[in-house]
Design a protein around this ligand. Structure first.
Ligand code: FES
Ligand SMILES: [Fe+2]
Length: 336
């Protein structure tokens, strides 16, 4: 226990973290070429099969360790760029061009594959054995909502620091002074933690958010500031969801996804669902949230290294309640 609490540098090597789903790419990024991703310090290649499905496998070819993502696809099979060994959708080696037809393919020539799914416009990997299916968001199948995706970025920040930030609302008037936080009350509401639904645990609160020119199409209001009923909650290990409900009935849901590449860098993307009238172009809707994410990134990249998870390692106040609870549950998950 002591070791895990203080040795946060080894966070990504914790075996139990492998048994969960993490976003590694946009679904649209995996098309006619294989791609390379890194999850929890391990490299993987992902490619699209001819039937539209996906395969994810170790990135290094079992022959001479060439990076398979540098290869190409032939009829949905991956061809290694070095000597042309070819792998089918199950990672099975189906051709060794140098070998005589009569020679069987060695069993160890096949790739070790990992679990991969496509959901919410994203590619999710699980490099261990998934303990749970990925959570279902009801807005995804509700025709009054639309989904908007944006690119997957690389941040030089530990994923744990990102989750802590996404659960925290007291940085709004400071870090987000350039967007929705300008002039916002610095006093935090009294936080009561609750099950927001089957999948997310967090809290509800109200804020009066700044509504600058760039935010008006997103908020649907022309006022200088706008009342928001919000929730922020987490789904272990590293997913955060924020929901915003405006007085008009407009709902704006943001899924914030942080994937540990290693102990100090992460993939970040977010997904929006909105029940608007679908007339505002996607780019206009997402640009304000993208600017908010950029404010967080700039702040977080100033924080060095991994985040201590033990609650006694950092000073916490009432408004940090959600983060303290998330870290408590995360430590429990890691320790098994
Ligand atoms: S390294 Fe891949 S075929 Fe030789
Ligand atoms: Fe933020």
């Amino acid at each position: 226990m002591e070791k895990i609490l203080n040795d946060t540098e080894g966070f990504v090597d914790k075996q139990s973290l492998k048994n969960y789903w993490y976003v590694v790419a946009l679904a649209d990024d995996v098309n006619s070429n294989p791609i390379s991703v890194k999850l929890l310090n391990e490299d993987f290649v992902i490619w699209r099969e001819s039937n539209g499905g996906l395969t994810a496998a170790e990135e290094r070819c079992p022959h001479r360790q060439a990076p398979l993502s540098h290869g190409h696809l032939e009829n949905g099979c991956l061809v290694c760029p070095y000597h042309g060994w070819t792998f089918s959708e199950s990672g099975k080696c189906i051709n060794i061009p140098s070998a005589a037809d009569s020679v069987p393919i060695p069993p160890r020539a096949h790739l070790n594959t990992v679990e991969v799914i496509e959901k919410y416009g994203l590619i999710w990997l699980c490099s261990g054995k998934p303990l749970n299916p990925l959570f279902e968001l009801e807005e995804e199948s509700d025709p009054s909502f639309r989904r908007i995706n944006t690119e997957v970025q690389k941040w030089k920040v530990a994923a744990t620091r990102m989750v802590d930030n996404f659960l925290d609302i007291t940085h709004f008037p400071y870090v987000h002074a350039g967007t929705f936080g300008a002039g916002q009350d610095t006093k935090a509401p009294n936080i009561t933690l609750e099950h927001l639904d089957d999948d997310f645990f967090g809290y509800r609160y109200e804020i009066l958010a700044a509504n600058p020119e760039e935010a008006k199409s997103t908020s649907g209001s022309n006022e200088e500031s706008v009342e928001r009923s919000m929730t922020s909650g987490f789904n272990l290990p590293l997913t955060v969801r924020s929901t915003i409900t405006y007085k008009s009935g407009l709902e704006h849901i943001i899924l914030l996804l942080s994937t540990p590449i290693d102990d100090v860098s992460s993939y970040f993307t977010f997904v929006i669902w909105r029940n608007d009238d679908f007339t505002i172009p996607e780019e206009e809707v997402i640009s304000f949230d993208r600017a908010i994410g950029e404010e967080d990134r700039v702040m977080l990249e100033k924080l060095n290294g991994a985040m201590p998870l033990d609650k006694t390692a950092l000073v916490n106040v009432q408004s940090d309640k959600a983060s303290v609870e998330w870290r408590r549950q995360l430590l429990k998950l890691i320790n098994g």
